[in-house]
Design a protein around this ligand. Structure first.
Ligand code: ZN
Ligand code: ZN
Length: 224
């Protein structure tokens, strides 16, 4: 199951918007990936093997559950359960139980959708940097955005070397956008807090009402 990354999602989402463009890309890639696990992929041997081994995290189980094919998810879950049951031995002593507990906890940490999603996002970080390095006009596209969430800002700077000779300039721009975003948020939060002062009770509420949801998006990213 391979999903090829193209320019389209980058061109569509690097635009004037309050939302992190990489979050918007991630959400689209995520739902395409998730759908594959309920479509024709369900019966493929390789896919089944991987799902058995890695399973789904809670977020992705819930996402799949909201989709059409309950049968697809039930089949995937049935085989995953068989793997889980293999790990679940009867603990014969407290020290064996300790090891067992560790193994069981690890079962909940892996997710096949997360694994591919992370791989795709790394390719997007590299591609965005390459486009910046190759196309002088792309600068404006980044400048139009409102910066990034922390996860995606760190991903973009981590792969900045892919911008080649323009890497320093790229980093400068990314940092400026991020700093602007956080500074604006700080101002909004201050304004929001001042609303709780009785002396401002009669003042009409303005943009600051979104200070907390916007902080959530900047710190944790978008989840839907
Ligand atoms: Zn983001
Ligand atoms: Zn996941």
């Amino acid at each position: 199951m391979h999903y090829h990354i193209g320019r389209m999602l980058i061109d569509e989402n690097f635009k004037k918007s309050d939302l992190c463009p990489m979050c918007l890309i991630k959400l689209k890639v995520e739902s395409r990936l998730a759908e594959q696990y309920l479509g024709e992929g369900v019966m493929e041997d390789d896919t089944r093997k991987e799902v058995n081994k890695l399973g789904f995290c809670l977020r992705h189980f819930d996402m799949l559950y909201k989709m059409q094919s309950k049968l697809g998810l039930a089949l995937q879950t049935f085989t995953r359960l068989a793997t889980i049951k293999k790990v679940l031995d009867e603990p014969k002593s407290p020290s064996a139980a300790k090891k067992q507990a560790q193994k069981i906890r690890e079962l909940g940490k892996s997710c096949v959708v997360c694994k591919y999603l992370d791989e795709h996002m790394i390719r997007y970080y590299k591609t965005v940097a390459e486009i910046f390095g190759g196309e002088p006009t792309f600068k404006e596209r980044i400048d139009q955005t409102n910066g990034f969430c922390l996860e995606h800002y760190s991903g973009l700077i981590e792969y900045s070397s892919y911008a080649g000779k323009s890497a320093d300039e790229y980093l400068k721009l990314l940092y400026r956008k991020e700093k602007e975003r956080l500074d604006k948020l700080g101002d909004k939060l201050t304004e929001f807090c001042s609303r709780f002062d009785y002396r401002n009770a009669s003042k009409p509420i303005g943009d600051e009402k979104t200070a907390l949801p916007e902080s959530r998006a900047a710190i944790y990213g978008l989840d839907e």
